[in-house]
Design a binder for this molecule. Structure first.
Ligand code: PLP
Length: 360
């Protein structure tokens, strides 16, 4: 043992639990529906670009991500200086929290939501303020408003909410933002925005345009299918984006990741066809589960939520035994349940079949 003093907050951090691969099921196959990954492999053109970039891996990547930033700025109709990129939007969220929170400052977010939030907040010495979801597993914006104190520095809004699925409606979110003191940074995490079909859902970029304390988080991991390459970004005011960039370790996003992301943007139309197919599968999966008698909230992401309460562990094991790895959330609270990622059509069908056999 050395005498090195690790900050107590770090020693106490809850670990991030990644979705696991599934063991083989009875049919000799297994399906990983535990990490909200895209079931489609990268497009051949994207792979070609990434391979070519690998041949230059003796060199550092472009630290300013110039080409990808320009492509994103054009796609999103924002100025390049409004963007900050990082190794996944999880990293960018951390840089933003680090940019605005002093130790003891408070970060409000709904719960249950993305499990990286409490870890990120605690790692910066800030205090997570978790506001339970309301009926239907939606953000309870009234209670989130009441949770604001003098120490509040950030409010996270996850829409669609991972792992439960619903979006926050645009009108409600705008009314909420108008009530929040303008020194509080409102992070709208839109990791799943490409899968949203509800016209009433929040549109973060429009809100960021109107409110300078709003920043939007996006990622190439889900709809664009590049989870393994780690590219995410934020869109905010030039001041907020610059603060995130200032905290980003040098050369974070690798060259293969930069070029694959840019190539994926260029192939957006083709990739969005896949998203449309995943959305259709989501609706079929949700309808199948509701048909089987489960109360599945309206999901606008690439996953559905199966409230399972005390049966969570048991049901999770049943899925695993059938060759389907799902994500079980077990905290002994009202939001225990199972998240099922929309995967290959065969996997989704099997998930419904298994769900029908679950003991209730
Ligand atoms: C997956 C996810 C992210 C982004 O993940 P990265 O791979 O780090 O870009 C961000 N927020 C939520 C809610 C997610 O589910």
């Amino acid at each position: 043992m050395s005498g090195v003093r690790i900050r107590p907050a770090i020693a106490a951090l809850p670990p991030y639990r990644p979705g696991k691969p599934a063991p083989l099921g009875p049919g000799g196959v297994s399906w990983k529906l535990s990490s909200n990954e895209n079931p489609y492999p990268p497009l051949p053109g994207v792979l070609t670009e990434a391979h070519a970039a690998l041949e230059r891996m003796n060199r550092y990547p472009d630290m300013a991500n110039v080409d990808l930033t320009a492509a994103l700025a054009e796609d999103l109709r924002v100025a390049p200086d409004q963007l900050a990129l990082g190794t996944g939007s999880v990293s960018v969220i951390g840089h933003l929290v680090g940019a605005v929170c002093e130790p003891g400052d408070e970060v409000i977010f709904a719960w249950r939501s993305f499990e990286a939030y409490p870890i990120t907040v605690l790692s910066h010495g800030a205090v997570p303020v978790q506001v339970p979801l309301g009926p239907g597993a939606v953000h309870d914006l009234d209670r989130m408003r009441e949770a604001i104190t003098d120490r509040t520095r950030v409010i996270m809004i996850c829409t669609p909410n991972n792992p439960t699925g619903p979006t926050v409606p645009q009108a409600e979110l705008e009314a909420f933002i108008a009530d929040v003191p303008d020194h509080v940074l409102i992070m709208i995490d839109e990791a799943y925005v490409e899968f949203v079909t509800d016209p009433k859902a929040a549109r973060g970029l429009e809100l960021a345009e109107r409110y300078p304390n709003v920043v939007v988080l996006r990622t190439f991991s889900k709809a664009y299918g590049l989870a393994g390459l780690r590219v995410g970004f934020c869109v905010g005011t030039p001041e907020v984006a610059a603060a995130a960039r200032a905290l980003t370790p040098a050369f974070s996003v690798s060259l293969p990741a930069q070029v694959a992301a840019a190539a994926s943007l260029a192939a957006k139309a083709e990739l969005l066809e896949r998203v449309t197919a995943i959305v259709a599968e989501r609706e079929t999966l949700g309808a199948g589960l509701r048909d089987a008698g489960f109360e599945v909230p309206d999901s606008q992401g690439n996953f559905v939520w199966l409230p399972a309460g005390e049966r969570t562990a048991e049901w999770g094991e049943t899925f695993t035994a059938a060759g389907i790895m799902v994500r079980s959330y077990l905290a002994g609270d009202a939001f225990d349940g199972i998240r099922i990622t929309v995967g290959e059509p065969e996997a989704n069908r099997l998930a419904v079949e298994v769900a029908r056999t679950l003991p209730r």
